[in-house]
Design a protein around this ligand. Structure first.
Ligand code: TXA
Ligand code: MG
Length: 311
């Protein structure tokens, strides 16, 4: 592969800062999944994200901040937004907010008058600052469009290793599913994508949180089912494998492969994409045991339903 794979540390940050300055792309680990980063001020750099991933241009990107305190330079923050930022940043929460004039490139927003902001919980925010890089990064998951998100540097190398120069290796991602995405309007807050934030904690900060209408995927253009689909057909809520199927278990009553032999949802989230990638193929059929619809189980089931529907 063309890409250098470097561990987190000053060498990697220097190299990343130089590439970003030159308008190039860099793959970075986050607490959720690996991201493909570009300078959020550069239309040309952002254009190459869409090109490299094969991402449809109507799907807007999340702007990642190195510093939570810079959010007011890019969006209008309501009281609810301020409260959420206080409670969850840095962390796996993305807020879709009314956008204000800034030095960011318009291409990141796919024509919308909103901006998706997140401040990830990761050591490279300070590392990049020390290397002289101080600007927001747009960062979709570092997979080819249509593949499941990468949770190791190896996954990134498989999808993009020949297309980019640098992958920073932070090991396996702690959370394993993407950030929770909320849209904040004047008087209501809508859950656009369930994700790595525990929903009970979220609802304790925003008691009147509204679930997005699942029949209206247009609210978040990137939530179309096929964006999360493996190649193999996938049967949900399976208690046993049918002939020719590989059953992915969850909990002690199931054998291997198993998302979490002890039935731990955090562990299951961490293993989900790696298992799907390992088992997927054009000549296999997959099924998966029931996952409880509680806590992180909601995000896992959301991904699985999309994966099952996508083919
Ligand atoms: O955990 C994550 O969020 C990862 C890591 C790398 O930070 N990133 C990620 O990005 O999952 P991506 O591009 O794969 O998903 C971003 C989602 C898409 O569903 C996109 O449509 C939605 O956020 N989005 C971005 N801007 C939006 C906006 N202005 N309005 C509504 N949805 C938006
Ligand atoms: Mg993605």
């Amino acid at each position: 592969v063309r890409a250098a794979i470097l561990p987190l540390g000053p060498d990697a940050y220097d190299r990343a800062a130089r590439l970003l300055n030159a308008g190039e792309l860099v793959a970075l680990p986050t607490e959720t999944v690996y991201g493909l980063a570009a300078d959020a001020r550069s239309d040309a750099a952002i254009a190459s994200i869409y090109e490299v991933k094969g991402r449809p241009s109507f799907n807007p990107l999340i702007t990642h901040l190195l510093d939570p305190s810079t959010a007011p330079s890019y969006a209008r923050l309501s009281d609810t937004a301020e409260r959420l930022i206080q409670s969850f940043w840095p962390g796996p929460l993305t807020l879709v907010l009314p956008r204000i004039e800034s030095n960011l490139a318009l291409r990141a927003f796919a024509g919308l008058d909103t901006i998706a902001l997140r401040c990830p919980d990761t050591p490279w925010r300070n590392g990049l600052k020390a290397a002289g890089w101080n600007s927001p990064l747009v960062m979709p998951s570092a997979n080819l469009s249509g593949h499941v998100s990468p949770t190791t540097a190896d996954h990134v190398a498989t999808d993009l290793g020949d297309l980019i120069d640098l992958i920073i290796d932070g090991g396996a991602c702690q959370r394993g599913v993407e950030s929770t995405v909320l849209r904040i309007d004047q008087d209501q807050t809508t859950l656009l994508r369930s994700g790595a934030i525990d929903e009970d904690r979220l609802r304790s900060v925003v008691p009147d949180l509204i679930d997005v209408d699942p029949e209206a995927p247009i609210a978040s253009p990137g939530m179309l089912s096929r964006h999360y689909a493996p190649e193999a057909p996938l049967r949900l809520n399976a208690r046993a494998a049918k002939a020719g199927e590989t059953l992915i278990g969850f909990g002690p009553e199931y054998g291997s492969p198993n998302l979490s032999p002890s039935g731990d949802l955090q562990e299951a989230a961490r293993n989900l994409y790696a298992l799907l990638r390992r088992l997927d193929g054009s000549d296999v059929k997959l099924s998966i045991a029931p996952i409880p619809e509680t806590g992180l189980g909601k995000a896992i089931n959301d991904r699985l339903r999309r994966a099952a529907r996508g083919r």
